[in-house]
Design a protein around this ligand. Structure first.
Ligand SMILES: Nc1ncnc2c1ncn2[C@@H]1O[C@H](COP(=O)(O)OP(=O)(O)O)[C@@H](O)[C@H]1O
Ligand SMILES: [Mg+2]
Length: 459
């Protein structure tokens, strides 16, 4: 019955012919239609209810593992659960020391997905345990000083204001610093004045995604507040986090606050730390990654906790789809394919076509070396970054960049340093290129059970 479409609008004559279809053909169709009508049979459904109960219907024997897997690897969310937080001991220790011993304000920066928000969650927990009042805010394009710090003031009980006795009526009925604020827009000075009156507590105000705030006056006001708080040895400290360039900008343009700030770039994870992500997930989901599969994940992730979570998540599902609770390198390869498809969805097609062309022309080494340098340097890199991240000569490095510049994938990046700096024309390109390269070159396992779909790999 090829070409027969039961949903096509028919002319009366054709409809008459359709009625004449053999019963042997029509009956199963009708049965199927009834089944779908009755129970929504063939349509994909959720496996768990909103209250995290297994729905019971259509669940396979791995349904429970599947449900756990969602919690074990969370590529689209920061880690909030300390049991799933891998590594970062030194970074966390350094931040805590800066806050506690040096009483500095902290600027945490690093590329998207490197783990800033996750670190801030764990830092918040540690600070809360030490009885700090922690105020967490995620900035947005429209963030302004008045709203942000009014909200922060509303989380600080009046009880800690030196001007009010703990037994006063206002402090007992749960009033906060916000109740003391004037109705006109809040200024850094006013907020700083208030903070200077705090006693018996310490406050950490976290401004995550600081780079998303578009208002220049918001940034200036925050810098002004940092200066104000530092001059008066206040009990309030700020922690700002965001993507690199903008934060360094903040620090550089206001030299007077530089010495009051501890700036830390969140580093790539070590291989051991990525392995820890795999191990935490295994424990959490009751799933095993065999040794080569774990090694493959570590190589592909190249220190990115985001990529590690994404690949582990997909690889786990790929194994379960095959009826296994042990993840093999073929499942990881499958996961890399899915990741490539996801990244492709975020990058304009012309850029993808240029990448594909270079791969087809055998320029995969130039692509991979440049992508590695970009990933290692948070996006903006120079020829020296290519040399060091690939262990190649200066000439080779320059040649590689030129190939990509000629293809319009990389462009010179403005800057006043001595060396020419470059950046990819799309933020997601280095990761996409790296994934495609890794798929072609890192999975050396003889092709086992599940052949990954190669369609995505631009080969
Ligand atoms: N220490 C960690 N252990 C395990 N997973 C992590 C860790 N840090 C980050 N991740 C994962 O990496 C991804 C990005 O983390 P996130 O904190 O949102 O990064 P950022 O805020 O820098 O963009 C998330 O999927 C998160 O689950
Ligand atoms: Mg974040």
């Amino acid at each position: 019955m090829a070409g027969w479409n039961p949903f096509r609008r028919k002319t009366p004559a054709k409809a008459a012919r359709a009625e004449a279809l053999p019963t042997a053909v029509v009956k199963p169709l009708i049965r199927e239609a009834h089944r779908r009508g009755n129970e929504g049979g063939g349509l994909p459904r959720f496996n768990t209810t909103a209250s995290d109960q297994m729905s019971g219907r259509g669940g396979d024997r791995f349904a429970l593992v599947r449900a756990k897997l969602r919690h074990a690897f969370t590529p689209s969310q920061p880690v909030a659960d300390r049991r799933l937080f891998a590594g970062r001991d030194d970074t966390l220790k350094t931040i805590i020391r800066a806050i506690e011993d040096q009483r500095l304000h902290v600027v945490l920066y690093g590329e998207r997905g490197i783990g800033k928000t996750s670190l801030l969650h764990v830092l918040s927990q540690a600070a809360s345990e030490a009885r700090y009042i922690v105020v967490y805010t995620s900035c947005g394009a429209n963030s302004n000083f008045d709203e942000t710090f009014r909200a922060a003031a509303a989380e600080i009980p009046l009880l800690f204001h030196s001007g009010f006795s703990p037994t006063a009526e206002v402090t007992e009925k749960g009033s906060t610093l916000a109740d003391l604020l004037p109705s006109e827009p809040l200024s850094p000075r006013k907020f700083g004045d208030l903070c200077a009156k705090l006693t018996g507590t310490r406050v950490l105000i976290i401004l995550d995604e600081f780079d998303r705030a578009e208002s220049g006056s918001f940034r200036r006001d925050v810098a002004e507040l940092i200066k104000n708080l530092s001059d008066r040895l206040g009990r309030v400290q700020l922690v700002l986090a965001g993507v690199a360039a903008d934060l360094t900008e903040l620090v550089e343009h206001i030299p007077s606050i530089r010495r009051n700030i501890f700036a830390l770039r969140v580093p790539k994870m070590s291989e051991g730390e990525v392995m820890q992500i795999v191990a935490n997930g295994e424990r959490e989901a009751d799933l095993k990654f065999d040794t080569p599969a774990g090694a493959f994940v570590v190589e592909v992730a190249r220190g990115s906790p985001y990529i590690a979570n994404l690949i582990c998540h997909h690889a786990g599902h790929a194994a379960l789809d095959q009826g296994r609770a042990t993840v093999s390198p073929a499942d990881v390869a499958n996961a890399v394919d899915r990741a490539i498809l996801e990244f492709q969805g975020r990058i304009p097609t012309p850029a993808q076509a240029r990448v594909r062309r270079l791969f087809e022309q055998g320029r995969q080494d130039a692509l991979a070396m440049t992508a590695r340098a970009a990933l290692a340097a948070d996006g903006v890199f120079d020829s020296a970054d290519l040399e060091s991240s690939n262990e190649i000569t200066a000439r080779k490095a320059q040649e590689a960049v030129e190939v990509l510049v000629a293809e319009g994938l990389v462009k010179p990046s403005p800057g006043d340093g001595p060396s020419q700096r470059y950046a990819f024309v799309e933020e997601g390109l280095p990761t996409l290129i790296w994934m495609i390269w890794a798929q072609r070159n890192l999975n050396r396992e003889p092709q086992a059970q599940s052949q990954p779909t190669r369609a995505a790999t631009a080969s």
